[in-house]
Design a protein around this ligand. Structure first.
Ligand code: LMR
Length: 328
């Protein structure tokens, strides 16, 4: 492959692919839904592709398909099991059909920041979670971070009661559905690529996401403002199929594992900076960001935290206790 990462922007990926990789190279199609240049996930994917294409030239070639050009998150895991795509990094909320263990990451106010998420994931219990889908044919390789989620809507949101009766797009996660219901809203699970249009046309009134996604997909253009709630976490699992991964020659798998781990450590350490930059980009674009007083924020905590009790069995009280100990 060429030394530079192969960024396939073509609407016809099979055509883009035919010219991208050298004959004889193992092709890794890496599909994701965000942009590739200003988003924590895209930047990490680009670095991984650059390094593999340079350091493993002749053996392996990574093709990136950003912005849902190849698959949406609701299709990519099935496509992976079919062998149509080899790597992806869906958010942990998108593994509902494969494991309930990741629900802990969706529970509102479970982690105070991304550093706490990182510490939890690096514990023995957290590392074990990467393997929770192996019997279903998926192999978790590394957790990639993004950031804390914020709420936005077509009207100002300062208290949870402001959200009453509004429709909110959520990722397809039972925890997120319950969380929106807890504030009296109507949850609408929807693919990421459809959110802008749904906000614009009023199919939904609001949404929750990171600064990087709100900026990356310009949600701020079609919302009244963004409320800095930091109420939840958006984090990813870099995933492959066990069939593909186990079928690689040992030395190739070892080198890919090493490069991916180095990229993970480097980029996870930088996500807070990327998120802060995208928060500033939103302000620079003229959008309104509302900060909450401690009393207002506590009202969101009081409204949403009761959701935990519904999911204790899925996530384990021991894991909740471990997460809370890290926050303390
Ligand atoms: C979403 O669907 O809102 C996110 O999972 C998108 C992403 O991958 O950041």
């Amino acid at each position: 492959a060429a030394a530079a990462a192969l960024l396939c922007l073509s609407a016809v990926p099979s055509l883009a692919q035919s010219s991208a990789c050298d004959p004889g190279e193992t092709v890794i199609k890496f599909s994701f839904v965000t942009n590739a240049t200003k988003h924590p996930k895209g930047i990490a994917a680009q670095l991984f592709a650059d390094r593999v294409n340079k350091e493993m030239n002749g053996k392996v070639c990574v093709e990136l398909y950003p912005n849902s050009t190849l698959y949406n998150d609701d299709q990519v895991l099935e496509a992976m099991l079919q062998g149509d795509v080899q790597m992806a990094a869906p958010s942990l909320s998108k593994f509902e059909a494969f494991t309930k263990k990741f629900r802990i990451f969706d529970l509102p106010f479970m982690f105070k920041n991304i550093a706490a998420v990182d510490e939890f994931q690096n514990s023995a219990a957290g590392q074990k979670m990467k393997g929770s889908m192996e019997r279903r044919g998926l192999k978790g390789l590394e957790f990639w971070h993004s950031g804390m989620k914020q709420f936005s809507a077509n009207k100002p949101l300062l208290l949870p009661s402001d959200a009453k009766g509004l429709k909110f797009r959520v990722q397809p996660s039972d925890v997120l559905v319950a969380m929106i219901q807890a504030i009296g809203g109507s949850p609408q699970p929807m693919a990421f690529s459809e959110v802008y249009g749904a906000l614009q046309t009023g199919v939904v009134d609001g949404q929750e996401n990171t600064w990087s996604n709100i900026y990356g997909k310009k949600f701020y253009e079609v919302q009244d403002g963004i409320t800095e709630t930091n109420h939840g976490v958006l984090d990813y699992l870099v995933v492959t199929s066990s069939d593909f991964w186990d079928g690689l020659p040992d030395d190739v798998r070892a080198e890919l594992t090493k490069i991916l781990h180095q990229v993970t450590v480097e980029r996870n350490a930088a996500v807070t900076e990327v998120e802060a930059k995208n928060r500033q980009n939103i302000l620079d674009a003229g959008a309104t960001i509302r900060e909450l007083t401690p009393v207002q924020r506590q009202a969101w905590v009081d409204a949403m935290k009761p959701v935990w009790s519904k999911f204790v069995k899925d996530v384990g009280q021991d894991n909740i206790d471990a997460a809370q100990a890290i926050n303390a």
